[in-house]
Ligand binder design. Structure first.
Ligand SMILES: *[C@@H]1O[C@H](CO)[C@@H](O)[C@H](O)[C@H]1NC(C)=O
Ligand SMILES: *[C@@H]1O[C@H](CO)[C@@H](O)[C@H](O)[C@H]1NC(C)=O
Ligand SMILES: *[C@@H]1O[C@H](CO)[C@@H](O)[C@H](O)[C@H]1NC(C)=O
Length: 511
């Protein structure tokens, strides 16, 4: 779709505005890169190995075999430790049946430690991974819309040279769609990196893979192949592989993985889970908060411009009140970095939004940026590459965008970001001790009014039905209490049920 003359013009105009030196002719979409099966006669040879974090000290190992074999991981010194799991497979339309997809969680593991491991009692291939540190500093690699092209291969080569602890992928992995064998090829393509460091992903549009009537179920391949730790702690399970959170660096960094293709409206499981997650987070008090999602809320590229406004309106205030530091997204096949923003404008307590959808997808780059260049967009360029987010300590993190092809003689984008948790002007709201102001029994539900006071106990519950904000008589602050109708099923009012009201108060209250 790229038309060289107009994109060249855009590049020249953009460059003259950005004071960059040389107009660069964007490469066309690059060739698909298909990684064939190892062509072994060993039908139990492990392939497509990748790992992901589960809680503070466990790791999920996933791999495939052509025939079904033992779902066993042997690991550690002399492979003396052992864990078992399960395997499953799926079919897609009439033509495709997946290999056997194994899933085993191992641990507890020590931080910053290299573990050797082998799979399915098969010593024909041995692997190793390094666990992330349980304190700062901590290094993320970030790559979106990776796909499997020559450009993806280049991105992976650059990533291989990076020293990182965990990789974040904001969706669009294999671009398989109806060509399901591409999932297998993708698994083999990323294996060298994804078997040695945890890859934490969220879904993109390509992962949906729904065809009305003939394959109505969404995310079948994605959920089975790239299972994330949404239920690492059953008590806080999000109930869906499409959105979850995890902590790293001993709790210093909280990472929220949102689902652009799961419902996000008021009352949706995702929004309720996010409210509970942010409340729990407040109890942990991380030094950094990172959110990852596929479709950007801030984007000055013509491609997908304002496409996810509804999601932004539904969830942005929650992330803002929780003082999320950085939001990474993909979807747009280019790189862009914004200043701190909230609700469309510059805001010193808002997150830095970064689009890193330039991993190497098969559709090529999107080169048409909106003009004039909006002031909140600080850097934008359509080139393939990846990012590194290196959290140095409680206050400082270094973000760097690496181009695959250094087409101009300047360093790629780099900026120090300081944490909002360390900014006294941007303290998170903390409410928690509650007082039941009044309550009235009413056929299995209770009408209650609560006020929340600042303290450090936070609990959560998800039985909330309806919230009405109000003003306490004789007071002039905007929000003093919440009134909620809570379905108690006829039983007594549980403390957990009331606690969520204070959680919600944290999001409703405005500075
Ligand atoms: C894997 O490790 C085992 C035990 O140390 C060894 O016997 C085997 O040769 C190794 N296999 C490969 C492919 O390196
Ligand atoms: C966001 O801005 C719009 C107008 O641009 C305004 O109507 C709305 O109330 C604002 N929302 C928040 C949460 O500040
Ligand atoms: C945090 O890291 C930054 C950047 O390396 C450094 O300038 C600062 O002194 C560090 N802060 C502390 C408390 O070590």
């Amino acid at each position: 779709m790229a038309s060289p003359p107009s994109s060249l013009l855009v590049a020249i105009v953009a460059c003259s505005l950005l004071a960059c030196a040389v107009a660069y002719i964007r490469p066309p979409p690059s060739r698909p890169l298909y990684v064939p099966h190892a062509n072994s006669i060993d039908y139990l040879l492990p392939e497509q190995v990748h790992i992901s974090l589960v809680g503070a000290d466990r790791m999920r190992i996933k791999w495939t075999t052509e025939d079904d074999g033992p779902s066993v991981v042997e690991y550690g010194s002399q492979y003396s430790l052992k864990a078992t799991g399960s395997s499953d497979d799926y079919s897609y339309l009439l033509f495709y049946r997946s290999p056997h997809i194994h899933d085993v969680v191992i641990g507890p593991l020590s931080p910053s430690t290299v573990y050797d491991y082998r799979l399915g009692m098969n010593s024909a291939r041995n692997f190793s991974f390094k666990t992330p540190p349980n304190s700062l500093p901590f290094k993320f690699a970030v790559v979106g819309d990776l796909g499997q092209t020559v450009s993806s291969g280049s991105t992976l080569d650059h990533l291989a040279a990076a020293d990182y602890d965990v990789l974040l992928l904001p969706g669009d992995l294999s671009y398989a769609g109806v060509e399901q064998p591409l999932w297998d090829s993708f698994g083999r393509l990323v294996e060298p990196l994804a078997s040695s460091r945890p890859w934490m992903v969220t879904q993109g549009e390509y992962e949906t893979e729904r065809i009305p009537l003939i394959h109505p179920k969404k995310f079948v391949a994605y959920n089975m192949r790239w299972r994330m730790p949404y239920d690492a702690d059953p008590a806080t399970s999000s109930g869906s592989n499409l959105f979850y959170s995890f902590d790293v660096a001993g709790g210093a960094i909280h990472v929220i993985m949102l689902g652009s293709y799961a419902d996000y409206d008021t009352g949706s499981p995702q929004q309720s889970w996010l409210a509970a997650d942010l409340a729990r987070m407040e109890q942990q008090r991380p030094q950094w908060v990172v959110a990852v999602m596929h479709a950007p809320w801030y984007n000055t590229n013509d491609a997908h411009h304002l496409e996810f406004e509804e999601m932004r309106v539904a969830l942005e205030a929650m992330l803002y009140e929780a003082r999320v530091d950085v939001v990474f997204s993909g979807h747009v096949h280019a790189y862009e970095r914004f200043e701190r923003v909230f609700n469309g404008s510059s805001d010193l307590c808002g997150p830095v939004h970064i689009t890193i959808g330039d991993g190497g997808n098969v559709e090529g780059l999107v080169t048409d940026f909106l003009l004039p260049h909006p002031a909140i967009s600080l850097f934008r360029e359509a080139s393939f590459g990846h990012g590194r987010f290196e959290v140095a300590n409680a206050t400082h993190a270094l973000w760097t965008w690496h181009r695959n092809d250094d087409d101009v003689a300047v360093a790629a984008d780099q900026v120090w970001i300081t944490s909002l948790a360390s900014d006294l002007n941007c303290q998170r709201k903390r409410f928690s001790k509650l007082t039941i102001f009044s309550h009235k029994e009413d056929l299995g539900s209770i009408d209650i009014v609560v006020t929340c006071e600042k303290e450090d106990i936070f609990q959560f519950g998800l039985i909330l039905l309806e919230i009405v904000t109000g003003k306490l008589p004789g007071s002039n602050t905007q929000l003093d209490y919440l009134r909620a109708k809570v379905n108690t099923g006829g039983g007594p009012l549980e403390e957990d049920t009331v606690m969520i009201l204070c959680t919600m108060a944290a999001f409703e209250a405005k500075a």
